[in-house]
Design a protein around this ligand. Sequence first.
Ligand SMILES: Cc1ncc(C[n+]2csc(CCOP(=O)(O)OP(=O)(O)O)c2C)c(N)n1
Ligand SMILES: [Mg+2]
Length: 729
Amino acid sequence: MNDATLAPELLHRMDAYWRAANYLSVGQIYLYDNPLLKRSLEIADVKHMLLGHWGTTPGQNFIYVHLNRVIKQYDLDMIYVSGPGHGGPAVVGNTYLEGTYSEIYPNISQDETGLQKLFLQFSFPGGIPSHASPECPGSIHEGGELGYSLSHSFGAVFDNPDLIVACVIGDGEAETGPLATAWHSNKFLDPITDGAVLPILHLNGYKISNPTVLARVEHEELEQFLRGCGWTPHFVEGDDPEAMHQLMAGTLDTVIEEIQRIQNKARDDNDTTRPRWPMIILKSPKGWTGPEVVDGLQVEGTFRSHQVPLHPRAHPEHLKLLEDWLKSYRPEELFDAQGRLKVELDELAPRGERRMGANPHANGGMLLRDLRMPDFRDYAVDVPAPGAPGIGDTHVLGPFLRDVAKLNQAQRNFRVFGPDETLSNGLEALFEVTQRQWDAATVPNDEWLAPAGRVMEMLSEHQCEGWLEGYLLTGRHGLFNCYEAFIHIVDSMFNQHAKWLKVTAHLPWRRKIASLNYLLTSHVWRQDHNGFTHQDPGFIDHVVNKKAEVVRVYFPPDANCLLSVMDHCLRSRHYVNVVVAGKHPAPQWLSMDAAVKHCTQGIGIWQWASNDQAVSPDVVMACCGDVPTLETLAAVSILREHLHELKIRVVNVVDLMKLQPPSEHPHGLSDMDFDELFTKDKPVIFAYHAYPWLIHRLTYRRTNHDNIHVRGYKEEGTITTPGLRRVRS
Ligand SMILES: Cc1ncc(C[n+]2csc(CCOP(=O)(O)OP(=O)(O)O)c2C)c(N)n1
Ligand SMILES: [Mg+2]
């Protein structure tokens, strides 16, 4: 590494750019007005409610200006992921400085008026959130809930061989389970067909009010830990800006050249040996360049800098400290009289789509290409009569997914993710055309492991979810197959993704991305050998809490319906689709034509199982889910054998959202159609796949709700026969 990578003039300009970003960050947190400090700071210039996080921000500003330099120097295709996304002022400020912000939001112009608006809108009613939120150009990761930055970054670089994701990881964030496991993503990255992730561990020593674990272990222990995870760590350590600029620049040159060397070697020699990818540990003070001591307490370099270090309205003596702080960045050297960034500083930012805020990978819908889809009807199961034997519905889906993988092999934009269960879940056909991507060692007797493949399996639901989200957010398609009970592990990640979809759907400049598709199988009713621990259908209850415009839940009752539903989900955009299906041999009910019709309607009377054609029914037997459908049809056949007079109507529900009124969900049946199916006054026996209360929740406004009796899973599980378990519930 060269000790003097930066010529003094360049170092001086980069330091000024960093000061400009820091100035904008403090301005966003504090100021209503007086954005250029053209007059003395008054209390009226300071916001009443001070919100935001200063502590992480200067370090992220420092990283951003240095990344800008290497992007220009090496012509890099790079995006920025802010793990501690609470450093929103940094990403907003930097995308403003580079010009992308004003291109998307012309009102936030690059002049004094725009600066004032930029400051005012931050964490302010009607303005923008304080995080690296969807509103911020260049962001694919809000970072509100800590832990997912590294998984998202890897998801983004799969099948993007030219992309580098610079992933800033909070040292507190690094204590979370998902992040701790994500270091191992490097064993799943193909240096030939995938891009690179450059993790930058932001070792500022603190969280909100505690030190961080990684900051309080010996240097050697931290280094060995990261080496043990397969990385080559490079330390950038200190607090003197000039020395740190040189060190960071030299280190970045080293790691970028190392990434390029690894990639060239792998690509030129077709060498897929697992590389030791470089990473950076930036050890700098939390709240760097901010107020050092406030009210007699050390702030810079401590946890006290985490949020807002000064409160001028509560402590008038802080006003002067705030003014001194802002002036310490010497704004008059950074902006001209009109409030524009000085030309010599503006030149430091990359141009066009090389700017991290304007990189199309961070607005994945712009790059999204439709999948090439086989005709799902070609995979149909022959159903000569209802009740025909089936091999297990997911086993029928497997060949369809196999051919989706095959048809999109060339455009490399479809992957299947799962913890360790793609085979167990009945999708073995995938391995006829592809492999599990795996870049660690292999030994004889391993199966279907290869450096490149369409199936990603690591026994971390967090990792699978994070990879898939990153893959989707950068404009590709995918499917997560998971045991139903363990999808709960990512409840919270699903929350965050659903929130992202909800917000981005209303940002016209953000293009729609492919849906996040879950295939939940090995479900509650068929956990014959695993028992109680493996029986939990509650993810569905969790999902339906989210905005109706975003979530869809499907219960295909047989294989032909599963094919039809999955075809629809893979073509859809900007939803979360949850599909619950069985993998065990089970009877089949509908021919493909009937299945398509039934799934298109989402709900319907099964005339062939009903005997109320000429008259109104005495009872409605409703079912939702493959096992409840089987149980209902068995019950109906017993009833019809013994009670000839009883008029029974069988209603099957594929699309759960049909049950809600249309005011609640766009799929909802009108009250008239609902009454037509379920009657206004007859008893309804509703057999449901999951916890019964959800059906009541969805139908409580319907005319006949008082007569709906739901049977579902009631936490009565154990190892017993499937039949007995159903009886117990
Ligand atoms: C999963 C999760 N748990 C808790 C929080 C609350 N929280 C916000 S910031 C923070 C500390 C983060 O520390 P670090 O990752 O070191 O970030 P930095 O020091 O750069 O601010 C915590 C605990 C959160 N956002 N996400
Ligand atoms: Mg920290």
